[in-house]
Design a protein around this ligand. Structure first.
Ligand code: BDR
Ligand code: CA
Length: 319
């Protein structure tokens, strides 16, 4: 059973990723570390605590990460994120649970460092689905974890256009400097970017199936995801027939890497000029024999989406 840490900016697809991991018998979620992006840190952490309460999983600890990019003093949600995820991060749909529980006193940075040191190499996967600020800080604070950590991240793109600019993907764009520092390490990174996440769709038939379970969790996920499908279609101006499962695909790959095929290379992130936030081959390391990043270039969408819906339906039926 894979041990998983989700580093979430909770967010609609982050919520679906969390649900997927909780519905996976072959994974154990050992903690959620909150980051910023789709929402501010405190809103994301509040969402995490309430979602865990909704699923009856208040045994899982939640930690707070760094709440702003490494090159700024503060963070406010970009207008696009608010449009796509709603003001509360869950498409303006209320999470049907309340809790008095608070985030842990320990910081995300220290929790990640301790966990990577505690588990045998390869047993734990850290899954960032938002800004990479906290991950970069952990690798810098404890260089001994660099060669022990496994990271499966949602972010970036190599072969597709960006989603917040011609080259920029949203998560990398939140803190390109931090992302660049993460890629520059020798850490084992799998990049699940727009190359593959734009191939994985959740449809209105899928949300209808969740609603038909008649559970409050099923209705909540259905309403929230319908919001995401509607706004994705409205903003792109085309009939997509669904929404992208960005973060759930990264979570699924962390549990079962056989869902994707990858290309090994060394990446950097452009931090200057009009290509700021672009993930691109690092010219100074392209010929190195050691390549630390595996970029997902294709995905078995059939197998992934079927498994995704099976696990979500099983989960909501028992909540
Ligand atoms: C990523 O950006 C966020 O809006 C989503 O939650 C996902 O992590 C997609 O580019
Ligand atoms: Ca996210």
């Amino acid at each position: 059973v894979r041990k998983i840490i989700l580093d979430l900016d909770t967010g609609i697809d982050d919520t679906l990723a969390l649900s997927y991991v909780l519905g996976s018998l072959d994974a154990e979620l050992i903690g959620i570390t909150g980051t910023y992006g789709n929402v501010v840190l405190d809103q994301g952490v509040d969402n995490d605590l309430r979602l865990l309460a909704m699923y009856g999983r208040e045994d899982i600890p939640v930690f707070k990460g760094i709440d702003h990019p490494s090159t700024a003093d503060s963070f406010s949600v970009p207008p696009d994120s608010e449009i796509f995820h709603g003001a509360n991060g869950t498409g303006n749909i209320e999470i049907p649970a309340q809790t008095d529980r608070q985030a842990s006193q320990q910081s995300s940075v220290d929790f990640i460092i301790d966990a990577v040191r505690r588990y045998p190499k390869g047993e734990l996967v850290v899954v960032p689905t938002g800004a990479l600020t906290t991950i970069a800080a952990a690798l810098e604070k404890a260089p001994d974890i660099v060669d022990r950590i496994s990271i499966v991240m949602m972010g970036g793109t190599l072969t597709q256009p960006g989603n917040v600019g011609p080259f920029a993907e949203a998560n990398i764009n939140q803190d390109p400097e931090a992302a660049n520092r993460v890629f520059a390490t020798t850490a084992d990174i799998t990049m699940v970017g727009l190359d593959v996440t734009t191939q994985a769709l959740m449809s209105r038939e899928d949300t209808e199936a969740l609603r038909a379970t008649g559970t409050s969790a099923g209705r909540f996920l259905a309403d929230m995801t319908d919001y995401y499908i509607d706004i994705s279609e409205k903003e792109s101006g085309v009939y997509l027939g669904g929404c992208n499962l960005h973060d759930p695909l990264a979570a699924a790959v962390a549990i079962d890497p056989s869902l994707i095929t990858t290309f090994a290379t060394n990446l950097m992130v452009e931090t200057e000029g009009p290509q700021r936030a672009r993930t691109i081959g690092d010219p100074s390391r392209l010929l190195d024999t050691v390549k630390n990043t595996k970029v997902a270039l294709s995905v078995d969408t059939e197998r992934f989406t079927r498994r995704f819906m099976d696990r979500l339906l099983t989960l909501v039926r028992k909540t």
